[in-house]
Design a protein. Structure first.
Length: 292
């Protein structure tokens, strides 16, 4: 029920909500979400009533699985890389810290599109050639079991889908590393000192005391990185990976239905990112409430 300029929400079953939490001012209402919802609904209405839009949607949506799989796989690897490199960025080891810093600075200094080209078309072929040569060497010295397997590796053995995942993972690993570094440094230094005073080693204190708090602090930022990766996954279409961007581009090229193809492509990405954004906001709200 409206009271002046406020919308009052009912109490929860435990009656624990404060008056401020139960009231939502009209100016704070998420009108932007309503507008986006209207755009999405209008597009899907066009899909139902227009044969051209329906045809384009049926073809383009076939790439959703590749887009989602590429994003999830690359992001999972990137988080693992980021955690290791992030620990390296705050490590007491000079060697580990400098290697981690070089990796982060190099990745951050090169455009993502260029990195995808380099990793997929230069780095990975170079590694396969090196592994094949190593396999031949091992075979010559009598280690035929592992040598034969390595020697059989060819450039074509690694499909473009895998190269796309590796490229995104290596790139976003640097971004995730900075998030983890900031999260670790946000934890009070006194907690590390207290843990060390209890007889813990640096690694034990990091594992049992610092990291749990740091990871909790950086969850929203990691969620935003996932959203960014979903959008940047469209760049893997340059490797002929059949994600929704590549399929939309090919469809528009041979049918000349550019409006239909790219309108649907935009709405598909918008829908996916909106869902992820809402999930991130829910996580942020839950964490904020738990801190109170």
């Amino acid at each position: 029920m409206a009271v002046n300029d406020r919308l009052v929400t009912p109490k929860n079953k435990n009656g624990l909500q404060s008056a401020d939490e139960m009231q939502l001012t009209k100016k704070d209402f998420p009108w932007w979400m309503v507008a986006i919802g209207v755009i999405i609904a209008a597009t899907f209405w066009l899909i139902q009533v227009s044969p051209d839009f329906k045809d384009a949607f049926e073809i383009i949506r076939a790439g959703l699985g590749v887009t989602i799989t590429t994003t999830i796989c690359a992001y999972s690897i990137a988080v693992l890389i980021g955690l290791v490199v992030g620990l390296g960025r705050v490590s007491e080891s000079v060697v580990w810290r400098n290697i981690s810093t070089i990796y982060v600075e190099v990745i951050r200094g090169i455009p993502l599109l260029v990195l995808i080209f380099f990793i997929a078309l230069v780095l990975i072929p170079g590694l396969t050639t090196a592994l094949s040569a190593l396999g031949s060497l091992l075979t010559d010295i009598g280690l035929e079991g592992i040598g034969a397997k390595l020697a059989a590796i060819e450039n074509k053995s690694i499909p473009m889908n895998a190269r796309a995942i590796i490229s995104l993972a290596i790139t976003y690993g640097a971004f995730s590393a900075e998030i983890f570094r900031a999260g670790i440094q946000s934890v009070s230094k006194g907690q590390m000192e207290a843990a060390r005073s209890q007889g813990m080693s640096h690694w034990q204190a990091m594992r049992h005391v610092i990291l749990p708090q740091a990871i909790r602090n950086v969850l929203p930022a990691l969620g935003n990185d996932l959203i960014s990766m979903l959008k940047d996954s469209s760049l893997v279409s340059i490797l002929a990976v059949r994600d929704i961007t590549q399929i939309a581009r090919l469809y528009a090229g041979h049918s000349f239905r550019f409006a239909q193809a790219y309108s649907i492509l935009c709405v598909l990405y918008l829908t996916l990112t909106l869902v992820l954004s809402l999930i991130v906001k829910l996580i942020e709200r839950k964490m904020s409430n738990e801190r109170k």
